[in-house]
Design a protein around this ligand. Structure first.
Ligand code: SAH
Ligand code: SF4
Ligand code: F3S
Length: 447
């Protein structure tokens, strides 16, 4: 990693993060790179010399949040004239220089492909007082990096691909993250080994569509990568997100079943809708039937698998009947978690121009119904965990309750339990004594 003696000099940086796990991971990379270049992490905006908002533009709401967050720094900026405020992430990438015109308080903007230049960008902003946007996107360069984490925890994210080539008609991500690129499999294996040697027990492989991972040197796709991570490293658990149903193939299902001890009993498989008509308009590349067929195969291969999904309600052209089909999909699949969103028109996307936009009020009603319907299903499903014993990996102490720790089962279910001793990082058997939809309560089983 490139280091310069001139950068940083102890200036303090505060970063707020919106959006997906990719953004969380990017924030950690920013802090790591900055610390390597003699910047320090601030614990609050008040204490910072530089504030960075790592933004998300997947829906309109998070974009608004960025603008209002900038506003909240007005008085800070007035009292501290040397304070610099920047926006990175997906809004930064999309808006570029325009954002500097829209927000007078803003000093700099940088995109999703400029993170590794952040120390140099800050140097220009701080030392040379430059007010500018850095949003060049490298579509062609090979994607190679080393995962950077300052302090390891029980779990770590490792990106395997960046960008997305799917162009689902509602989604802005292909425009904010650029063309899809995969990292070398050999680089990924050594990355995971490095993290494990620093104490990491669980890794989550990240990509917008992990199923289309393809080693640029021909070492294979996601199923091969998972197999190798499971057999060639000592990591205890491996997760991966996000899966795209259209690319979720038999070879992958086979690997999931074979390495179930590490890959666990959990698959997040965003359906988006239960209506084939809407799926076609979304450009998802599968029908309701094809989706269900994959679900049945996954269920057959992984007993007691926990399935979760993302659903968009009120996509243009969605009728009451289409929406009923989404509810019936939830019923049929028996997801344990559903992340529901109201369709939000996004710039550059195909669906923005669709004429049959659904009124906000109806979107709202459908979202409420979706969530209530799922709550009633989750309530019933979760009892299957009651009084059972599972191996859980302890992730850390609860932020709210003393002597309460948070662990996860291999189904990715969160378990809270009480303990006088610090068991973080340990895998141990736990009996579930109370099962609620979002949290299970457990008791350590004495061995
Ligand atoms: N690459 C992942 C994640 C995409 S963004 C995937 O393909 O699943 C995460 C979720 O946000 C999506 O699954 C979708 O449900 C939702 N989403 C994306 N664009 C949206 C939009 N314009 N309006 C509402 N929800 C959206
Ligand atoms: Fe967006 Fe579709 Fe790509 Fe996911 S797969 S990031 S929803 S375009
Ligand atoms: Fe948001 Fe960008 Fe992630 S738009 S969901 S932060 S890829």
């Amino acid at each position: 990693m490139e280091m310069s003696q001139n950068l940083g000099r102890g200036q303090k940086v505060y970063i707020t993060t919106y959006g997906c796990q990719m953004n969380e991971h990017d924030t950690e990379r920013m802090y790591s790179l900055l610390e390597l270049n003699k910047y320090l992490a601030a614990t609050s905006p008040e204490e910072a010399d530089i504030i960075i908002i790592n933004s998300c533009s997947v829906r309109e709401k998070p974009v608004h949040k960025v603008m209002s967050e900038i506003g909240t720094y007005k008085s800070l900026k007035e009292t501290k004239s040397q304070l610099k405020i920047g926006v990175g992430g997906c809004v930064g990438q999309m808006e570029g220089k325009k954002l500097l015109q829209k927000a007078r308080l803003l000093d700099f903007v940088f995109g999703t492909d400029s993170i590794d230049q952040l120390p140099q960008i800050l140097d220009s902003v701080v030392q040379e007082n430059k007010r500018d946007a850095w949003t060049r996107m490298g579509h062609r360069e090979t994607y190679s990096l080393e995962t950077l984490v300052r302090k390891t925890k029980v779990n770590a994210f490792v990106t395997i691909t960046k960008g997305c080539d799917n162009f689902c008609s509602f989604c802005v991500v292909p425009f904010t993250r650029g063309r899809e690129r995969s990292r070398l499999m050999s680089e990924l294996i050594s990355d995971v080994r490095g993290l494990v040697s620093r104490g990491v027990k669980e890794i989550t492989l990240l990509g917008q569509n992990v199923n289309s991972y393809k080693c640029p040197e021909g070492a294979g796709g996601l199923s091969e990568l998972l197999k190798r991570v499971c057999t060639e490293t000592d990591v205890e658990r491996v997760r991966f997100t996000t899966s795209h149903p259209k690319d979720f193939d038999d070879a992958l299902i086979e690997v999931l079943a074979k390495h179930i001890d590490k890959l666990g009993h959990y698959v997040h498989l965003p359906a988006q809708s239960g209506s084939s008509k809407i799926l076609e308009m979304m450009n998802r590349g599968y029908t309701r039937e094809a989706y269900l067929e994959k679900v049945h195969k996954i269920k057959a291969a992984i007993p007691n698998v926990n399935l979760s999904t993302d659903i968009i309600v009120g996509f243009p052209g969605e009728t009451d009947e289409d929406f009923e089909q989404t509810l019936s999909l939830l019923q049929e699949v028996e997801y344990e978690n559903v992340y529901g969103f109201m369709y939000s028109p996004r710039p550059f996307t195909k669906a923005l121009k669709y004429t049959e936009q659904v009124p906000e009020e109806i979107k709202n009603q459908r979202l409420q119904r979706l969530l209530e319907f799922q709550d009633s299903l989750s309530e019933k499903i979760v009892h299957k965990y009651d009084q059972k014993i599972f191996d859980v990996l302890v992730e850390g102490p609860s932020r709210h309750n003393k002597n309460v720790y948070i662990a996860r089962t291999s189904h990715n279910k969160v378990v809270h339990f009480e303990s006088d001793t610090d068991l973080v990082g340990k895998t141990l058997p736990m009996k579930i004594v109370r099962a609620q939809p979002f949290v299970l309560w457990g008791e350590v089983v004495s061995q």
